[in-house]
Design a protein around this ligand. Structure first.
Ligand SMILES: *Cc1c(COP(=O)(O)O)cnc(C)c1O
Length: 401
């Protein structure tokens, strides 16, 4: 482990995990190589029998990827970390490395679109029984977990409507059913929520989001105990070929250096925007874990140290009003990405969650007027003026009808 484990968060993000080469470079070196060479056939043999530690092949391990994994483990307070090519390969490995045919998987219904597809479509085709749980009340989770289960997957706050789930309660019920709890912590970020301290077994990230935070590369990570990673997750990632590009790992290392600065400022902006939106008569609901009006405000305060950068809102007047709102914006961009330094808005019902059944959309509150807002680093006054422009367009549109 690196020397930085005793440092505070912002310092860990700068110094965590670095292992300098003999050149003594200041910034992390980038090892763009697919393979590695040996001094002798004997050394190659010793490497393969694990008698000697030596890199073999970048699908198995690469110094830049390892530096990123060490820095992320340091940040999360996890024993071990493995990086992956995308957030979805992290979610996929987090589930598939822990199950076999005939097993059972339970998940919250409020999930990222592709995670929902894995649970709803793909796992049943492999002979895995799956069960989706609505909402956060303890009785529903106890009911879903009243039989042997291998894996439980949750997201909190959830995409796109920002539902907050009680990680400790779900961890306790998961362990009672023999399951490992996997938490997708993208919305909260490792800065504001540490699922392992509440009993999660694995934490997964799309590094594409706040960790890069500048809209450049895709990446993912899985964190947990050394035992679960070494016995299950790492062999799966290496042999199935989910490895991250070392170039992307280097970009993500650079992203981590400024992550607290960015995420803290974006979170400040998010609260200002949420408070502004909440006052509008053209908006029926604003879902932001930092607002007292959020249905799980108290729980969010208990398990998150701040409310993070994502807001969901529901515009009065359905799809027409939501589209008029988005089309009137000049600063906030229309995009389905999130966690970027640029403010981004998406209409989940027609994009990211288009494939979710009508019935599930209703259950999840993904109405035609629902919008997901990833708040960026712009001057908050520019964001508020832009939101006001959007609301004027909604007002004009409601006059016609
Ligand atoms: C983006 C995202 C993912 C998937 O990550 P990719 O890097 O796009 O593969 C998974 N979960 C959540 C909550 C996300 O926002």
């Amino acid at each position: 482990m690196s020397k930085s484990t005793s440092l505070r968060l912002a310092s860990k993000l700068i110094h965590g995990g670095i292992e300098r080469t003999p050149f003594g470079e200041t910034s992390d070196a980038m090892f763009i190589t697919s393979g590695f060479v040996y001094e002798s056939a004997e050394q190659a043999e010793r490497t393969f029998t694990n008698e000697e530690k030596h890199y073999q092949y970048s699908r198995f391990g690469n110094p830049t990827n390892d530096a990123l994994a060490r820095r992320l483990a340091d940040l999360e307070g996890a024993e071990a970390c493995v990086t992956t090519s995308t957030g979805m390969s992290a979610v996929m490995a987090g589930i598939l490395s822990l199950i076999k045919a005939g097993d059972r998987v339970v998940a919250s219904r409020a999930l990222f679109g592709s995670s929902y597809w894995i649970i709803q479509n793909y796992l049943p085709s492999l002979g895995i029984e799956t069960c989706l749980v609505d909402g956060g009340d303890e009785a529903s989770w106890a009911n879903a977990l009243n039989q042997p289960t291998a894996v439980v997957l949750i997201e909190t706050p959830s995409n796109p409507m920002l539902d907050v789930l009680d990680i400790s309660m779900i961890a306790r019920l998961s362990h009672k059913a023999g399951a490992k709890l996997v938490v997708d912590n993208v919305f909260a970020t490792p800065i504001y929520q540490k699922p392992i301290t509440f009993g999660a077994d694995l934490v997964v990230y799309s590094c594409t989001k706040h960790i890069d935070g500048q809209g450049r590369v895709l990446g993912g990570a899985i964190l947990g105990s050394e035992q679960v990673l070494n016995d299950h997750v790492i062999p799966f990632v290496r042999n199935m070929g989910l490895s991250l590009s070392p170039f992307n790992a280097w970009v993500l290392l650079k992203g981590l250096e400024t992550m607290t600065l960015r995420v803290e400022k974006m979170t400040k902006n998010a609260l200002l925007c949420a408070e502004f939106l909440e006052k509008s008569p053209f908006i029926t609901h604003v879902f932001y874990p930092g607002l007292k009006s959020h249905p799980q405000y108290e729980l969010a305060k208990k398990q998150m140290s701040d409310a993070s950068t994502m807001i969901a809102l529901e515009i009065k007047g359905g799809k027409e009003a939501a589209f008029a709102f988005m089309n009137a914006l000049n600063v906030i961009l229309i995009s389905n990405n999130l966690g970027d330094c640029r403010s981004l808005m998406t209409h989940p019902a027609t994009t990211t969650h288009m494939k979710v059944s009508m019935e599930d959309k209703q259950r999840l509150g993904i109405t035609d007027g629902a919008i997901r807002f990833s708040v960026g680093l712009e001057d908050p006054q520019d964001l508020i003026e832009d939101l006001a422009r959007g609301l004027e367009a909604v007002a004009a549109c409601s006059k016609h009808t």
